[in-house]
Unconditional design. Structure first.
Length: 313
């Protein structure tokens, strides 16, 4: 297992380097000059030129990238142009809320999606199956921002049951739980449908397999047959989908955090891009990309745990 993890980690390093390169080049093609943003609209040309020299923007692009990677290797993400504070400090204060939102979204959506898909597969063709599939299609079709705005208007304004602006506190406090409910429902709501559909397809195939028929012939109860023999063998494609969808949830978190004023990395990224704060924008790109890579690494490790043949390949 350790060898399998080390191989996947080595494969992730070139991907991270490519993300760094693409993110750096994208910031270069933006028409706004970082030196002008830091100096202000009333600054003279001499002041702007001095700031460009200080930031190293007068160097060739290749040299700027080499210096950028060298600073990253030392743990230096730069300094925000707008706030004049270290990027790592800003990111450190926003990663926690983003992880809380992701956890609160997944802790209910994954079990619910797997349970719905399993029930629909067991009673395939029935009214329950059609209801689950209709709910799944609706979940896939509804955009994140629409669901968020609907919850704000209905639960926040009309019923006034839950807060919908900002973070109420850590997730282990009552105020924190109340504040995270609506963002978590918004972000996790679009996750249930794909998981339920994939689980149903995988479980339907597993229920017709030879080992499941053998388990039934041995007299095992239907619950044991479904849970231990059908569902476990059906989890590999489900885990694949979950890993991909969690990566896409990072993009959905950007929209959700903006709608609910959640102080996470996604909202920080939007603010940095809109204000042309290039060091902050690059820092958020690195964090979000690293999160996607870590998620895929965890999925690969789960493959090895569910199917020993993966570890041998």
């Amino acid at each position: 297992m350790l060898r399998h993890a080390a191989q996947r980690l080595l494969l992730a390093l070139p991907v991270l380097f490519g993300v760094l390169l693409i993110g750096f080049l994208l910031m270069q093609v933006v028409p706004t000059d970082p030196a002008t943003v830091r100096a202000g609209p009333q600054a003279t040309a001499e002041v702007v030129a001095a700031i460009r020299t200080e930031l190293g923007l007068d160097e060739p692009i290749w040299k700027q990238f080499v210096l950028y990677v060298a600073r990253l290797a030392q743990g230096d993400l730069g300094v925000s142009i707008i706030n004049n504070v270290p990027v790592s400090q800003e990111l450190g204060s926003t990663i926690g809320p983003t992880l809380e939102l992701m956890f609160a979204s997944l802790v209910w959506s994954i079990p619910l999606g797997i349970a719905m898909g399993t029930v629909a597969a067991y009673w395939r063709g029935s009214f329950i199956d059609r209801i689950v599939m209709a709910f799944s299609v609706a979940g896939v079709s509804v955009p994140v921002f629409f669901l968020g705005l609907l919850l704000i208007w209905l639960v926040g304004f009309q019923w006034q049951l839950l807060p919908f602006t900002g973070r109420g506190g850590p997730l282990w406090t009552l105020d924190g739980i109340k504040a995270v409910i609506l963002p978590a429902i918004t972000l996790g709501g679009v996750f249930v449908g794909p998981v339920a559909r994939m689980t149903r397809t995988a479980v339907v195939d597993a229920l017709s397999a030879e080992h499941v028929r053998t388990a039934r012939a041995k007299g095992l109860s239907e619950g044991i047959v479904v849970r231990r023999h059908a569902l476990r063998n059906a989890l590999i494609p489900v885990v694949t989908l979950i890993g991909l969808q969690i990566g896409f949830l990072l993009g959905g978190a950007v929209v959700t955090e903006t709608i609910f004023s959640w102080p996470g990395v996604g909202r920080l990224a939007v603010g940095a891009i809109l204000s042309s704060d290039f060091p902050m924008a690059q820092g958020t790109i690195i964090v979000l990309s690293a999160g996607f890579i870590v998620i895929n690494l965890i999925v690969d490790l789960l493959y090895g745990a569910l199917d020993p043949r993966v570890r041998q390949s």
